[in-house]
Design a protein around this ligand. Structure first.
Ligand code: NAD
Length: 495
């Protein structure tokens, strides 16, 4: 099998051709003096060319029977499935995540393409929506048009394909904008995908805010799938108003975990809550960002939890002994350090624990040991913000009412979890939480099934993804009314 990582370069690729551009280096966050590859600095002019190519390809791609489109996507999936191992190594080198996480992320390309092709029948024919003496009403799904897909750096491949697979299956053509902080593995995968499809169906413009904002503002882009922070999501929404784009916004979170009085504080619960917070160094939109523990368990929980977090080993994600890798980029690294400094200055206790895998090479990487924060007020910055790093506040509460009020007291509303031995009690409280997903006794990668709706209340987003919800999001419903009798509605005819 050919290796896809010989030269790691994410270019602007339009209708299968790499365009000329400036490039900037992509550094390894585990060794910031090591250049992993280079990424094109996409411009508004590149976006113009990519949108023109996607527009030109739209008519043929959208009018093809859905099973033919599915066959193209399956062929791409088969090739991509053979490249998971080499591209996972590249992803760890550019993103920092541990290798098994990269395997899941990169493996998502083939897995998600295959999953959506399994839904092709749902798009194949219009439904007879109503049939009676007046006639027949059909309802069908039509593609929206040229679709912009903008992705963050934390799970670049998986998140791109959660938009790409349904968009392409439904007959849209796309322009993808990877993040400048993790563009290399995704860029390679998009090249493979594009090569399996007619020219112009998939185009890539890597870069930062210039390319992203040009894509969102472009009048021939009809749909944007944006995954990123709430602050950028607000800018996207404003820019998309120009031609009233159809928007899907998957934004930030500040997920609470509520440990009820009816929970058992044992090894399973404690270990699951370590995974819930620290997977991918806390850089997952639905990682737990704050833990509320009933006062009857609080002291016991904190003791067991800090001890379990202390077993985390921080190092290069390619080393199998590492349990969490570095933070992905320097702005994020400095942001978390500043947050921790202010938290300490405000009087909270910060338990910084864990092991440095390579103490000598520590300062070469963007490494942070995990921290658990106690003696902190519910209104503190560390509790209210999306920290997006390996740090979590743990707070006591007294009553269910108080726990629900604290959990909902946020502008975010992505996910939450409830931890209890009493399933009925947990379910009753789950229904009072203002967020898109609630998990019981779990909260981690894999907990959100591909078929269940995923998305946020409030500042965590607009719309729902996964399964049929994504197909709904990248199609417009069209009603076709074939009436034989409208005599009940006379109107101003000649007689
Ligand atoms: P970000 O908002 O900084 O960037 C996201 C993407 O938007 C990047 O590709 C970036 O280049 C691009 N961009 C920047 N400015 C833009 C503009 N003005 N117009 C259009 N695009 C622009 O987010 P990030 O730091 O890359 O990712 C972390 C954030 O993503 C966190 O808030 C996290 O919670 C969120 N996220 C959400 C989900 C979800 O499904 N809800 C999943 C993963 C990450």
């Amino acid at each position: 099998m050919s290796q896809l990582v010989s030269t790691a370069r994410a270019s602007v690729v339009v209708a299968g051709e790499a365009l000329a551009s400036e490039f900037q280096p992509v550094y390894n966050p585990a060794r910031t003096d090591e250049v992993v590859g280079e990424v094109a600095v996409g411009t508004a002019e590149h976006v113009e060319q990519a949108v023109a190519a996607a527009s030109a390809a739209f008519r043929a791609w959208s009018s093809m029977p859905v099973q033919e489109r599915a066959a193209f996507l399956l062929a791409a999936a088969d090739e991509l499935a053979g490249h998971v191992e080499d591209l996972a190594t590249l992803l760890t080198r550019e993103q920092g995540k541990v290798r098994w996480e990269s395997v899941i992320d990169v493996g998502g390309a083939a897995k998600i393409l295959r999953y959506y092709t399994g839904l092709a029948d749902r798009l194949a024919a219009d439904e007879v929506f109503r049939q009676d003496e007046r006639g027949t009403i059909y309802v069908g799904r039509r593609p929206v048009g040229v679709t912009g897909i903008i992705v963050p750096w934390n799970s670049p491949v998986y998140l791109a394909f959660l938009g790409l697979a349904p968009a392409l299956l439904a007959g849209n053509t796309v322009v993808v904008k990877p993040s400048e902080y993790a563009p290399l593995a995704l860029g390679r995968i998009l090249e493979v995908l594009a090569a399996h499809l007619p020219p112009g169906v998939v185009n890539t413009v890597p870069g930062g805010a210039e390319a992203g904002s040009a894509l969102v503002a472009h009048p021939r882009v009809r749909k944007v799938f944006f995954t990123g922070s709430t602050a950028t999501g607000q800018q996207v929404m404003r820019a998309a108003a120009g031609n009233l784009k159809n928007l899907s916004l998957e934004l930030g979170g500040n997920d609470p975990a509520i440990v009820l009085a009816s929970a058992r504080i044992d090894e399973r619960l404690v270990d699951e809550l370590v995974r819930a917070v620290f997977t991918l160094s806390g850089q997952i939109c639905f990682d737990v960002k704050r833990i509320y523990v009933h006062e009857s368990h609080y002291a016991d929980f904190v003791e067991q939890y800090v001890a379990a977090v202390d077993r985390i080993v921080v190092g290069d994600g390619l080393d199998p002994r590492t349990t969490i890798g570095p933070v992905n980029n320097r702005p994020q690294f400095e942001r978390i350090q500043g947050l921790l400094d202010r938290t300490r200055t405000a009087g909270a206790t910060v338990h910084t624990v864990g092991t440095k895998l390579d103490p000598v090479g520590w300062d070469r990487g963007l490494f942070l040991l995990p921290s658990v924060v106690t003696d902190v007020e519910p209104g503190a910055e560390i509790v209210g913000c999306e920290q997006f790093g390996p740090v979590v506040p743990v707070l006591p509460y007294q009553t269910d009412e108080q726990a629900i009020a604290l959990a909902n007291d946020t502008e975010f509303g992505l996910s939450a979890s409830i931890w209890s031995e009493d399933r009925e009690h947990a379910l009753a409280l789950a229904r009072r939480l203002e967020c898109g997903s609630v998990f019981l006794n779990v909260h981690r990668l894999g907990a959100s099934d591909m078929s269940m709706p995923f998305g946020g209340f409030k500042g965590s987003g607009i719309g729902r993804g996964h399964g049929m919800y994504s197909l709904d999001a990248c199609t417009e419903l069209q009603a076709v009314a074939d009436y034989v009798d409208v005599s009940g509605f006379p109107g101003p005819g000649p007689r």
